[in-house]
Design a protein around this ligand. Structure first.
Ligand SMILES: [Mn+2]
Length: 293
């Protein structure tokens, strides 16, 4: 298994300097850097710049993966046909950029928008049906570019569409593409699943990506989640895809607001301290997940 971390851990805004974090995670011992696609929106980076990022990753031996929370205007499940059409154009463009950068995985609540506006009316069944149809169109783009799309299961406070692994299986089966997979996140699973290991085993070979983090989104090893049980379940399904830490421990900025972090979750969140915690968590999770029984 390969291990990574999300660049947003160190940031308060979603837009960031990818190359800086490629070099940082290499030094910390990770295999993967997951980047937020916020920086790729609106064609703000030229193809030349995208290729420079690709080269930086290659030079450092770092695999890049991508995460994203679509805006309301990028919502493939919208009841508004015009918005769905625009969303499909947005993702088609994004997927081709990812392919150019040799990024082969894009995950998140791609089937909806995020953060969810609780004040909006919603029709779960109709919205899921729209999302399946849109994702069937996008799955062809994903297949052509060989980019896998991860349908991340989100907890009830962040989305109404796919809250459990069972719902994700139904969704992924309805789309029916080799390049549309389930994505689980231990933080969300801890709220919704009866049993973490059982959910991972249920996903089985449909599991395409895993986010790890504690119940309060601290780095793995600092909270109460059953890491040995999670590791055993991953070995049970012979999981060979990527494992990416997605900790959020700093208040402030758009990230603090979107993630609902209203206090710092560490006493002194300096860059040095964040680096040290990430490195420690990598050693911890590697030890627990790679254990042979
Ligand atoms: Mn996640």
């Amino acid at each position: 298994m390969k291990y990574g971390i999300y660049n947003a851990y160190w940031e308060k805004e979603w837009v960031s300097d990818y190359k800086y974090y490629i070099e940082k995670v290499k030094k910390l011992g990770f295999d993967i850097l997951e980047i937020s696609c916020a920086t790729l929106q609106n064609d703000s980076l030229t193809d030349h710049q995208l290729l420079e990022i690709k080269k930086c990753a290659e030079d450092n031996g770092i695999i890049l993966t991508a995460g994203y929370g679509p805006t309301k205007k990028q919502n493939v499940s919208s009841p508004d046909q015009h918005i769905r059409k625009q969303a499909i154009i947005f993702f088609t463009n994004l997927i081709s950029k990812l392919n150019l950068m040799n990024i082969k995985f894009l995950g998140g609540g791609l089937y909806t928008y995020w953060p969810m506006d609780m004040s909006m009316p919603r029709n779960k069944q109709a919205d899921v049906e729209h999302a399946v149809k849109s994702m069937q169109i996008l799955s062809k783009v994903a297949e052509e570019n060989d980019v896998t799309l991860g349908m991340e299961v989100l907890n009830r406070y962040e989305s109404y569409m796919i809250n459990t692994c069972t719902e994700a299986i139904d969704f992924v089966d309805a789309v029916g593409s080799s390049h549309v997979k389930i994505m689980l996140d231990t933080f969300h699973m801890n709220i919704e699943e009866d049993n973490m290991g059982a959910a991972i085993r249920l996903a089985g070979n449909k599991l395409g990506h895993l986010h790890i983090g504690e119940q309060n989104r601290k780095v793995p090893g600092k909270g109460t989640l059953p890491w040995a049980e999670i590791g055993q379940a991953l070995r049970d399904i012979n999981y060979q895809h990527d494992i990416v830490m997605e900790p959020f421990v700093m208040s402030g900025g758009t990230i603090g607001s979107d993630i609902r972090v209203w206090r710092d979750l560490m006493i002194n969140p300096t860059e040095e301290q964040l680096d040290q915690d990430a490195k420690g968590a990598l050693q911890f999770i590697h030890h627990v997940f790679e254990r042979e029984d």
